[in-house]
Every structure is written in C-alpha cells, then in structure tokens.
Design a protein around this ligand. Structure first.
Ligand SMILES: Cc1cc2nc3c(=O)[nH]c(=O)nc-3n(C[C@H](O)[C@H](O)[C@H](O)COP(=O)(O)O)c2cc1C
Length: 366
C-alpha cells in the first residue's frame, strides 16, 4: 500500500512537471480591476509587504502551497522550497503526509522542510479522505509533529478521487471528522480544496465545525482532472481518460470562490488556484484573502533549482509591490480597502449566486 502511495507521488510530480495540467478556464481574477491611483501620495519604497496569518508574521502574503513528499525526489524539491521560504520568511506547506504516516521510513521527505525552514510558518497536510477512513488524533498528531507544524491543512479532493483509478470516494461523515480534529489539535486548522474551489454553502458548513481557516484552492490553475487524465492515458484506462477530459475545467473559479467564502464566513481565508503573478496576489488581498498560495509555478521553478525559484518569487514580490504602489496602499491592510470593480463573467456569477459585492463598490479612491 505505501509503495503504491510512493509511486503515485512520484508520478504526480512527473506529470505536473512535464504535461499540460492547467484548467482551460480563467480564475476570475481577469474580471477584477483594482482602480488605478494616479496620485498614489506614497513613495514606492515605503510599501511594506509584511502580513499576518493567525499570530505568524510573513514578510509577504505568500504561501508555497502543499505539494509533495513521500519520495526521494520530493525530498529534494521540498528542501529547495523550504530554503527559499526560510530566506524570504514566507509560509510553506508540505504535501499529504499519508505516505509517511503509513510508512515512517518516508518521514524524512517531509521533515526536511522543518529542517531547512526552522523559523518559517509550516503547514502539515492530510486528506479528508484519510480522516474519514479512520485516521484519528494519533495519526494527525504524528503528521503535525513530523514537521513541527504551525497549522494543519486538511485537503478536500473529491474531483481527483473521482477521476483517479485508486481514488477513495467515500466522503460520508467528513464534516464530523473535521469537527473532531478541529477540537482535538491545538494548532489552527485550515480546510483546503485542491483546485476546484469551495462554495459559500460548503464554507458555512466548514465554519460550523470550528476550524480556523479556508484555503479556497479554486479552479483556473492546476486541474487534478487533467493530472489524472495523463496518468490514465499511460495505463490506457478509457473510463478515467474520459472522466479526466470531461471534468478538466470543473470547479468554482478562484476569485468567485474567494468572494463567496469571504462574504459568508468570518474565517481566515487563503486564495490559491491559478495564482501566477504578484498582481493576482494583490487582487486576492484586496478581495479579502489574508495570503495567496502558489503551487505549480513553485514546483516547476524548484525543480529547476533554487535560483529559478528565487527569481520567480522576487518577480512576484515586485509585481505585488507595484500593484500596492499604484493603488496607494502602504501595506496589505490598506490594500484590503483598495477600490475595485468586478466585471464580466465574475460579476454575473456573483449576481446569480446572490453574493453581495456592495462593500467593494462603496470603496473610494481616498
Ligand atoms: C504536484 C502537486 C501536488 C499536490 N499535492 C497536494 C497535496 O498533497 N495536498 C494538498 O492539499 N494539495 C496538493 N496540491 C494542490 C495545491 O496545493 C494547490 O491547491 C493547487 O495545485 C492549486 O494551485 P496552483 O494552481 O498554483 O497549482 C498539489 C499540487 C501539485 C501541483
């Protein structure tokens, strides 16, 4: 069983590095327009990206999202991601720790993250499917201790589990299990999707379990239907190929999901799914996210080496700083009050879903 998990982890890395795995629909951020301030009345040099998630300070509101672990090549990638997270003092997640909970021999592929990032904010990660299958406090605590985590992410991936051959599709009792875990662990718990987004109805149900945050991980970036499509082709499984193709772009676009969750809960919200530049990060913060997460571009850069990841992130920082300057925002909390307009499909989406965007419309250029 654990050998199979190990093989699957490796195949996920290989497919996501080499194949086209992104949604064919947008994130919705293309319909979000920050209002330009021709008189910013600040010096761009004063712009401070420092942010907070719970009590943790980040030098910029950016998270290297939960991705990998469980194989030697994942350990190499995790080492690079963690070194950079430590250097830049941004947050970092590890991939699902199921592999190491089942086989402690693989724990080093995750532990490397805490070793290389002794002071950065680190997220542990487990799948909801594992919780409902019987993981209890003991397994969860093992995952947390493995990386000395500051918070735990519990991921929801019903799309992937549906398309994947080995998928575990029993999600019965998930909310109860999440509630149990939220009360048992003594660090913040965040429920995250994995690229198909979270609706306001699901967000409210999640909030009622007592967790602390939601990472929307919406559609518009990495598509797990696409990843599993490529894997299904390799083994010539026609049903899985067909499912992967049909559901390639399934999900709630990231910006829509973000607004739905921000407007309907009081939770700490993280935006991920198709975050590809610093302007996306700026828009996410302006819409109410505490931070934005990047997965695929971080993986691809880290696979090329530390310099490549450093460069990608410093460009993102500069884009974010520029967007903040152009909206006259000295820090992320000012950016959360920046005026913006929502147009096109995103506007229609929110209108049909009855999500009020009045608050955004009331903001004015001060
Ligand atoms: C190779 C790879 C592995 C991933 N593994 C996990 C995982 O184990 N747990 C999890 O919560 N999310 C996982 N994700 C999902 C990401 O955390 C993220 O939610 C999603 O990829 C959307 O972000 P992106 O468009 O920037 O890639 C993985 C993503 C990638 C690309």
């Amino acid at each position: 069983m654990s050998r199979e998990t190990e093989r699957r982890k490796l195949s996920h890395i290989e497919v996501t590095l080499r194949k086209e795995v992104q949604s064919r629909r947008g994130t919705g951020f293309e319909d979000v327009h920050l209002i330009h301030k021709a008189l910013p009345e600040i010096d761009k040099k004063e712009v401070d990206l420092t942010s907070r998630i719970f009590e943790y300070e980040l030098r910029a509101p950016i998270i290297l999202e939960s991705m990998t672990g469980g194989t030697p090549s994942a350990a190499r990638i995790n080492a690079i991601l963690a070194e950079v997270a430590e250097d830049l003092q941004i947050a970092i997640g590890v991939g699902s720790q199921r592999a190491a909970v089942e086989n402690p021999r693989l724990a080093y592929t995750y532990k490397i993250v805490r070793k290389k990032a002794p002071t950065a904010m680190v997220f542990a990660n487990l799948g909801c499917a594992q919780l409902t299958k019987g993981y209890g406090k003991e397994e969860v605590q093992r995952a947390i201790d493995m990386v000395d985590a500051n918070a735990l992410m519990v991921h929801l991936n019903p799309l992937q589990e549906s398309v994947q051959l080995e998928g575990e599709t029993n999600f019965r009792g998930s909310l109860n299990k999440i509630r149990e875990i939220a009360h048992e662990v003594d660090i913040p718990v965040i429920v995250k999707e994995t690229g198909a987004g979270i609706s306001r109805e699901v967000a409210r149900a999640i909030e009622a379990t007592g967790v602390d945050g939601i990472d929307v991980a919406g559609a518009g970036g990495t598509s797990w239907a696409a990843v599993e499509y490529h894997r299904a082709r390799e083994i010539r499984n026609r049903t899985r190929v067909r499912l992967g193709k049909t559901f390639w772009s399934w999900g709630i676009p990231t910006a829509a999901s973000l607004i739905e969750v921000v407007k309907s809960t009081g939770l700490t919200v993280i935006a991920s799914g198709g975050i590809r530049n610093g302007l996306h990060v700026a828009k996410a913060i302006a819409l109410g996210a505490k931070a934005a997460g990047i997965a695929l571009p971080a993986l691809r850069s880290a696979a090329m080496g530390r310099r490549s990841l450093d460069e990608m992130l410093s460009l993102m920082f500069e884009e974010l700083r520029t967007a903040m300057f152009l909206t006259g925002s000295r820090d992320p909390s000012e950016l959360t009050r920046a005026p913006l307009v929502i147009t096109g499909e995103l506007y229609q989406w929110l209108e049909q879903r009855g999500v009020s965007i009045q608050e955004y419309a009331r903001r004015t250029v001060s």
